[in-house]
Design a protein around this ligand. Structure first.
Ligand SMILES: *[C@@H]1O[C@H](CO)[C@@H](O)[C@H](O)[C@H]1NC(C)=O
Length: 409
């Protein structure tokens, strides 16, 4: 099929990269110009979970004259919020402006009907059919998914999810199944945002691993409201599904983002200690606990010779319960990182802030009390705040000074 056979509206809906006036020009243009515009217009193809967008996406990927130009595919659930920005409220941030305006326009019809609403007819079938065609896109190197942020999940295996109530889970599963059935020769960058952390055959299947082997950029951010981290699907995901995926791109990875919504560490059995990426320059961790079992600190330090950028968001140091005065704290970790990470020029550290259950005042929770057989509970320890802050400031100062000297030279 040729792109010229498609209705212009469909073509334009999927090619969001071009500016509005370009798209209008394309719409009005003749065949010759259309052919000229194609390579640029379809470098990045956007799609979302609406009937119109998914059907257009499938049609587009069947166009012979478009396929060879597609380098990047961005699937963004109509309620997903901004890709890569972590947890969003699906109602508040579901519709954003920016280059995807036309996709958002079509999703606007869904606004107000709620996050867990029905998926329009044809969406799953079209996405599934389209993603099964990835092997026909020779230039594709980047896949970006921002799934539906699911806040209400069951602490039960995926097979017993209430499909009627959580139809968006089906989209994710259908896309994973489609990915399994196809392949991408040169996938370099993979983003799985709002990935539901369930353990299922697909993510541990060897054919799914193929997408991870040559990645330079990997971004995994989970989304769920499960709070029981020590057992169940959430634990399986972190302890069993994820480790083989993280090991796969060992020789190529330069950038790793691993964001959780809950404190994960030795509980439920995640370990980073054995992972080595000789070319890793960017590392971003969220809610990944520093404790001996997971070896977060050792993992970071093992990449001291290459790391230039480090983000620690809401990461905590695990301390036994009750906390002994000798427990390792940020005032110990920061100087060590500062001394060893000699190439770091970008550092971002933020701590979780929440309500103190005793005083009802906002305070920081930089520590995680280990509760065997349960998980972690967040704590802030007043007596440590001053020293911790001072150590972090010294670390930040050292990185900023290096940044300044790099910028000068
Ligand atoms: C794609 O969606 C359209 C419109 O909803 C539907 O008619 C068509 O059957 C779907 N395509 C596939 C392959 O399911």
């Amino acid at each position: 099929m040729s792109m010229l056979a498609l209705p212009a509206e469909l073509v334009l809906l999927i090619s969001q990269e071009t500016q509005a006036q370009d798209r209008l020009a394309l719409r009005a243009t003749n065949r010759k110009l259309c052919v000229l515009v194609t390579p640029h217009a379809f470098r990045t193809v956007y799609t979302t979970s609406t009937g119109k967008s998914s059907a257009g996406f499938y049609s587009l990927l069947r166009c012979d004259d478009v396929r060879k130009h597609v380098r990047e595919i961005v699937y963004r659930d109509s309620f997903a919020g901004d890709v890569g920005s972590g947890r969003e409220d699906c109602r508040k941030d579901g519709l954003t402006d920016g280059p995807r305006d036309e996709v958002s326009d079509s999703s606007r019809e869904d606004d107000g009907r709620g996050c867990l609403d029905e998926v329009e007819e044809g969406v799953i079938a079209n996405l599934s059919a389209a993603f099964s065609l990835l092997h026909t896109l020779p230039a594709l190197h980047t896949l970006t998914f921002a799934f539906h942020p699911i806040y209400k999940t069951h602490n039960t295996p995926i097979s017993s999810f209430n499909r009627k109530r959580y139809p968006h889970v089906d989209i994710q599963l259908a896309i994973f199944a489609a990915l399994e059935s196809t392949s991408v020769a040169r996938l370099r960058s993979l983003t799985l945002d709002h990935s539901t952390p369930f353990s299922h055959e697909i993510s541990t299947h060897p054919t799914f691993l193929k997408y991870f082997r040559k990645l330079t950029h990997l971004h995994i951010a989970t989304s769920s409201d499960l709070h029981f981290i020590f057992a169940g699907p959430l634990a399986d995901f972190w302890a069993r599904s994820l480790p083989p995926l993280l090991r796969a791109p060992a020789s190529t990875l330069t950038s790793l983002t691993l964001h959780s919504e809950h404190d994960v560490g030795a509980i439920p059995g995640l370990t980073l200690g054995h992972l080595r990426y000789p070319h890793l320059t960017h590392l971003s961790l969220q809610h990944i606990v520093f404790d001996a079992g997971i070896s977060t600190e050792a993992f970071i330090l093992a990449h001291a010779r290459t790391l230039t950028s480090l983000t620690l968001s809401r990461c905590k140091i695990a301390i036994p319960h009750p906390a002994p005065p000798t427990a390792r704290r940020w005032a110990d970790v920061c100087p060590r990182l500062a001394a060893k990470l000699v190439r770091l020029v970008h550092l971002a550290v933020d701590f979780e802030v929440g309500l103190d259950p005793d005083t009802f005042e906002h305070k920081r929770f930089p520590y995680a009390l280990v509760q065997p057989g349960w998980g972690y509970s967040s704590v802030g320890i007043e007596e440590w705040v001053t020293e911790d802050d001072a150590a972090l400031e010294v670390f930040q100062g050292a990185v900023a000074a290096r940044m300044a000297s790099v910028a000068e030279s």
